[in-house]
Design a protein around this ligand. Sequence first.
Ligand SMILES: Cc1ncc(C[n+]2csc(CCOP(=O)(O)OP(=O)(O)O)c2C)c(N)n1
Length: 329
Amino acid sequence: MSGTQRLAAEGPVYELTGDSALLERMLLIRRFEDAVQRLFQRGEVHGTTHLYSGQEAGAVGVCAALAPGDRAAGTYRGHGHALALGVDPQGLMDELLGRASGVCGGRAGSMNVVDLRHGLVGCFGIVGGSIAAATGVALGFQRRGLENVAVAFFGEGTSNQAYFAECLNFAQVLRLPVVFVCENNRYMEFTPIEDVTAGEIPARVEALGLWNRTVDGMDVQAVRAGASEAVAHARSGAGPAFLQTLTYRFVGHSRSDPGAYRKPGELDEMRRRDPLAVERARLIEDGAADEAELDGLEARVAAYIDEVAARALEAPFPDPEAEFQEYKG
Ligand SMILES: Cc1ncc(C[n+]2csc(CCOP(=O)(O)OP(=O)(O)O)c2C)c(N)n1
């Protein structure tokens, strides 16, 4: 890479404070989505929602490895990507409820949130859209001589989509500063990945010569460590990096999904590896926090999200007629 500059950040990409910051951010995502699910069931969230529950360590670990001015593109399962980047939970909740104070003025809903102030170039309802967006952003960084990286989050099923082959090849040929983060939660919608996929996904990226690692996606520290290496590689000008996180989705794919495709006992087994519990146990074992402190943290986050939800329900809806008149001038 020729330049030495980095794109100035318009807002914090991620504020890390204290030993329990990663746990706190994962808790924020989990409680936020619990509230979204309740509000969705009451008919307050229009369209549909895809929850990230169980996968929080992925977004939080990766975003913790980013620097100001870096960018990321999320998926339709994007609440976690947004909150991990530091998007304001109130603005996001208002958005999901279609309120004017939402980060996109109430027009994006659950699946298509954009917040450039916090590095979120978009969440994409189109499978693979995040890959194309991040590759384009990385091309822009390279052309402008900036030392920033772009991250694409996507699921393992997306590796069967054309964007994956086209963009990874393009990025590798041009040595673009992009990190491809494949969040392997084992199922694409209701289909086990092995039923529809030939070979292993990392073998595909190895064939292209990409730097790649697979990490435990239920362990936020493992994700952060792997992501730090991936980001450093991409930032150095050596080309794109590929990070696979082995994770699990605790809830249905979307609104109506009884989960009949799951293998017996699998959900219970993976719940025992809940990324929040894994990080909590580590903090206690390391002596960085005690049970009472972490109980207090959990209660604070839960109370904060209750307030966020209550405020969102009170927030005004957009007024399209007034906005149109203003637009006409
Ligand atoms: C181009 C396109 N094709 C199909 C769909 C329908 N669809 C939505 S989610 C999904 C499965 C994606 O699975 P995966 O990439 O593993 O991500 P996950 O949902 O597991 O996070 C599909 C096929 C879509 N949204 N966009």
